[in-house]
Design a protein around this ligand. Structure first.
Ligand SMILES: [Zn+2]
Length: 179
């Protein structure tokens, strides 16, 4: 590690500390005396994604994150949900210990999680990922969701499909009608 100030190739460690997933070292240049910080982190083995057309490309967390972000845009999810989801998936992928993973496996992992999180985000992601070619296929998927929700109404931690104000208005309407 060359000194960022004078470029000298040698430095001594003046402080060393464990941080989340690595080691932070405070160093001092042996020539100019400037101090700088380095981080040491475990480099996970490379992971390649096999795409539908059989091309391989190195796994890219940002790409995963962008896809999930798009699907969750403007949904009332707690801050950090999207990052946590991407983290979980990344960890699970590396945990599999494989060098290559089909993109379909990753897509299914995202869909599975979004489905239990937020139906709108799930449908958005699925419509891009599964490339619903016509409205009928998309409608079928939504029908499946709606019927599965009807079967398990109490246990679900799902966000309502309608914004709460709309639900409020509907409830009020019902009350008014009752009078
Ligand atoms: Zn220096």
């Amino acid at each position: 590690m060359n000194c960022p100030y004078c470029g000298y190739h040698d430095s001594k460690v003046v402080d060393s500390r464990d941080v989340n997933d690595g080691i932070r070292r405070r160093r001092q240049c042996l020539r100019c005396g400037s101090r700088f910080t380095t981080y040491e982190r475990l480099q996970p083995a490379s992971l390649f994604v096999i795409k539908k057309d059989e091309r391989r490309e190195e796994f890219n967390r940002n790409k995963l994150l962008t896809g999930i972000h798009k699907a969750c845009e403007k949904r009332p999810l707690p801050t950090g949900t999207v990052d946590k989801l991407a983290d979980d998936i990344e960890a699970e992928l590396y945990h599999l210990g494989k060098a290559e993973i089909p993109s379909a496996v990753i897509g299914d992992m995202v869909m599975e999680r979004l489905k239990s999180l937020d139906y709108i985000a799930y449908i958005r992601f699925a419509s891009v990922y599964r490339e619903f070619t016509d409205i009928t296929a998309l409608k079928q998927e939504i029908d499946t969701l709606v019927s599965s929700e009807a079967e398990t109404p109490a246990s679900t931690s799902q966000l309502p499909l309608l914004p709460s104000e709309e639900l409020g208005t509907m409830a009020k309407g019902r009350q008014r009608r009752r009078k």
